[in-house]
Ligand binder design. Structure first.
Ligand code: ATR
Length: 266
């Protein structure tokens, strides 16, 4: 093997932008590495991960639909991976497979790069799936003092609050329905998959906010259109994608590329 080997594993995997991002980081930082896409059949994920590391692979990113299985198969996990119950970053340490989750830090870094203040911020997250679970702890670590979680299915938001309330002692967590979203927030984050399916989210008139972040990217989002109509500043998820990739790169290579250097790759 000539240089450090990395990969992103998923099913499907063709759409992944990770190799392009990691090669761009490597070029900028003067590091020689190869980063490949790795397709895994649904019944072959764990074997594929094991053989990658057995062959000397340094680090692996994990994407849909394997993040929960990556979490299960690890020997050790970071705190943020344990709270997310999902792993997107794998590496070997002292013969053990370690799992981390950099998605939440990716969102935090993207928001901070926009100049939006998270310290003492009040945040509304729409959606209560895996994407929301992964960002609550990193947002609280970044200084957010209130996170309200609004979801179509209220019980899922309530469950998330129950699960995570003790993990973020300095941040208040509350659950509500989409119809009950109201009042003023510093930042509203769309973590639903509604924009991916082309469905429109309807924001009630009584909901106000300064900033809007759409986790999806590359799609027209009714959420962002409504945010713009309200005069809110807005951004979509490419920065988060770059941010999570930078955090994985930092863990593996010990150096941290600057997020704003790579936003033009979108
Ligand atoms: P992910 O891992 O990306 O978060 P997920 O766990 O399937 O994916 O969660 C998708 C989220 O988008 C959920 O909060 C879902 O709401 P429900 O829990 O009520 O299913 C939300 N969602 C998906 N389509 C939606 C739509 N058309 N309108 C509102 N919420 C939607």
């Amino acid at each position: 093997m000539t240089c450090k080997q990395f990969a992103v594993i998923g099913n499907p995997i063709e759409q992944s932008r990770s190799p392009e991002l990691h090669h761009a980081f490597a070029a900028k930082m003067g590091i020689e590495l190869q980063y490949h896409k790795r397709f895994a059949e649904l019944d072959a994920f764990e074997d594929s991960v094991r053989s990658f590391f057995a062959e000397g692979g340094m680090g692996m990113n994990v994407t849909v639909p394997f993040k929960e299985r990556a979490f299960v198969m690890c020997d050790e996990r970071t705190t943020r991976a344990n709270i997310a119950k999902a792993v997107n970053t794998l590496y070997m340490q002292d013969g053990k497979l370690v799992g981390d989750n950099t998605d939440g830090q990716g969102l935090v870094a993207a928001i901070q790069a926009l100049g939006w203040n998270l310290n003492k911020a009040k945040v509304l997250i729409i959606g209560a799936g895996g994407a929301t679970r992964g960002v609550i702890y990193p947002l609280a670590q970044a200084g957010v003092i209130q996170i309200d979680i609004a979801n179509r299915t209220l019980s899922r938001a309530e469950q998330l609050v129950d699960d995570l309330v003790t993990e973020v002692p300095n941040c208040t967590l509350k659950a509500c329905t989409l119809e009950a979203m109201s009042g003023h927030y510093d930042i509203v984050i769309n973590a639903t998959s509604a924009s991916l399916s082309g469905d429109a989210l309807v924001l009630p008139d009584s909901l106000n906010f300064n900033y809007a972040y759409e986790m999806a990217y590359g799609k027209v989002s009714s959420f962002l259109e409504q945010a713009k109509l309200r005069g809110a500043q807005s951004a979509e998820g490419f920065g988060m994608l770059v941010g999570q990739a930078i955090e994985s790169f930092r863990i593996w290579n010990g150096v941290e590329p600057v997020l704003t250097d790579f936003l033009s790759l979108e």
